[in-house]
Design a protein. Structure first.
Length: 173
């Protein structure tokens, strides 16, 4: 039996449609990894690097949209809009130039993998690969990504933490 609890509370039809698009992206990822395994390739040998490259690319675009700086306030503004907050049922816990702490209460990617019948272990591994993209985004902003908890590991929430470790943090916004 699965230990993963991942049911949405927000059921607005527009939010549901956006989630379906994210599920489709997660389905592609799963099927690519599954087909590669059938051909003798190990996803662990290519997926993290490929997905991190995507995050680095996206992160560079986000930095430009945010004015070119490394402030995590800019990342919040460009990536974690109100719509994104609804889709992932997010709570912004802290946001300043050097810390962006977000709790996600729902994950459409995990839902897609659940629909495919993936085991909890497979879901956790796929999540680890997917989070390499967020790690790339963090690197683009001169930060690191911490994941103290994830829905994919059976936690109640995903704790996503963008952290700049080389500076004193300014006061919280």
């Amino acid at each position: 039996m699965s230990n993963i609890r991942n049911e949405p509370r927000i059921t607005n039809p527009i939010v549901v449609k956006i989630r379906e698009q994210l599920e489709h992206r997660a389905l592609w990822m799963y099927l690519l990894c599954d087909e590669a395994a059938k051909h003798g390739l190990k996803a662990s040998e290519y997926a993290p690097d490929a997905i991190r490259r995507c995050g680095l690319y996206q992160g560079a675009e986000l930095r430009q949209k945010a004015g070119g700086g490394e402030s995590l306030k800019g990342l919040k503004k460009t990536l974690f809009s109100k719509f994104a907050q609804w889709v992932f049922e997010m709570e912004i816990r802290q946001c300043n130039d050097d810390h962006l702490d977000i709790d996600f209460h729902y994950c459409p990617l995990v839902k897609a993998w659940q629909k495919q019948g993936c085991s909890d272990e497979e879901i956790s591994r796929l999540c680890d690969y997917a989070m390499c993209g967020d790690g790339g985004i963090a690197a683009s902003f001169g930060c690191e990504l911490d994941l103290p908890a994830t829905i994919a590991r059976g936690d109640d929430i995903c704790q996503i933490r963008f952290v700049r470790r080389d500076k004193e943090s300014p006061k919280q916004e």
